[in-house]
Design a protein around this ligand. Structure first.
Ligand SMILES: Nc1ncnc2c1ncn2[C@@H]1O[C@H](COP(=O)(O)OP(=O)(O)OP(=O)(O)O)[C@@H](O)[C@H]1O
Ligand SMILES: [Mg+2]
Length: 307
């Protein structure tokens, strides 16, 4: 099978590793970027190309695409072009992937489905943050489209932190706001693929920090999560329609709560044998989805509408 993997960026170590596993499992697997996607409608009705080659040459495209905050429209366009190619399975389709980009939208959907999300508000001005502080004590504010822990900030007191809050509101217009849940012993990251959870980590913030992102210096320990959190995680992925997801849980006085849903989970901090197990299951499960689509229809699946 011909598999394409849309990598996050040139520094993403996980996409080339996934491609290596794909090749080891006997598939012709290559990595490309959304920037490689183009369209030439003079030659035919579909016309989508990947690095100059017709996209119809691929069977399965696995997306780890980065939708850049400043270029969301052109990234959406390229992603949408990929999803209109008959016979090519894109996991996940544009509407599914793009909806899962927003922290606020994902948490809203998961909460509506009855899953245990952390209390979450959208703050449009300093008064909204003041109200959250009055209700929750210390809070965390962050952009709805953030990554790597950047611009995720603790706010204790609006008198002291007003410049910080105003700066973030100016940059992002709205902020996601949650109670602050200390987690010196780490968060829990459950990585879901299909109905399985092949990789589970506790990510412990560095001693002088409080964020559990690897990019913020956290260390990783492999764990076996409680079965109920695996069940919540696979349900969350189903609710979002996402094939591969990273669910982040924090301990709270009311038990573990989902603080974030990731549509492009990373795994590079995990030990090699765990990474290998995960990447094998990603390829096997996604190839299975592609083949099932072809079996059900007896022909190429219809391209899904782009939303
Ligand atoms: N409500 C919270 N209470 C305590 N810590 C939090 C809270 N929200 C986030 N954090 C800490 O900050 C880190 C980064 O926050 P979050 O996961 O929401 O954004 P991100 O990691 O930047 O986004 P992405 O995972 O898409 O890259 C979390 O891993 C967690 O350690
Ligand atoms: Mg995160």
């Amino acid at each position: 099978m011909r598999i394409g993997i849309v990598a996050w960026d040139h520094e993403d170590p996980d996409s080339p590793e996934l491609a290596r596993t794909g090749r080891d499992l006997g598939h012709d697997t290559s990595v490309f970027f959304l920037g490689d996607v183009s369209c030439d409608l003079t030659a035919g009705a579909v016309g989508t190309t990947i690095g100059g080659e017709p996209a119809t040459a691929f069977d399965l495209i696995i997306s780890r695409a980065q939708i850049r905050y400043e270029q969301a429209q052109s990234d959406h366009e390229r992603y949408g072009l990929l999803c209109q190619v008959p016979g090519v399975t894109v996991l996940d389709p544009a509407d599914v992937y793009l909806n899962a980009e927003s922290k606020l939208l994902a948490l809203q959907r998961l909460g509506a489905a009855g899953l245990p999300i952390a209390p979450t508000r959208c703050c449009r001005n300093p008064a909204d943050v003041a109200a959250a502080l009055a209700d929750w004590g210390e809070v965390v504010v962050k952009p709805s489209f953030g990554l790597g822990g950047a611009d995720v900030e603790r706010v204790r007191n609006l008198g002291h932190d007003s410049a910080l809050v105003e700066g973030l509101l100016k940059k992002y217009e709205r902020l996601v706001c949650q109670p602050y849940y200390p987690h010196p012993d780490g968060d829990l990251r459950v990585t879901v693929v299909g109905d399985e959870a092949p990789l589970n980590m506790r990510r412990v913030p560095r001693s002088t920090g409080w964020k559990s992102n690897a990019k913020q210096g956290a260390t990783v320990h492999m764990v076996t999560p409680p079965p109920e959190l695996v069940e919540v995680s696979t349900r969350a992925a189903r609710v979002m329609g996402v094939t591969m997801a990273g669910l982040d849980f924090l301990p709270t006085p009311d038990g573990h709560k989902i603080i974030e849903f990731n549509n492009c989970p990373g795994w590079y901090p995990a030990p090699e044998d765990h990474r290998r197990h995960l990447t094998e299951r990603v390829i096997e499960i996604m190839v299975g989805i592609h083949e099932a689509g072809h079996r059900v229809n007896g022909r190429a699946p219809e391209p899904r509408p782009v939303g």
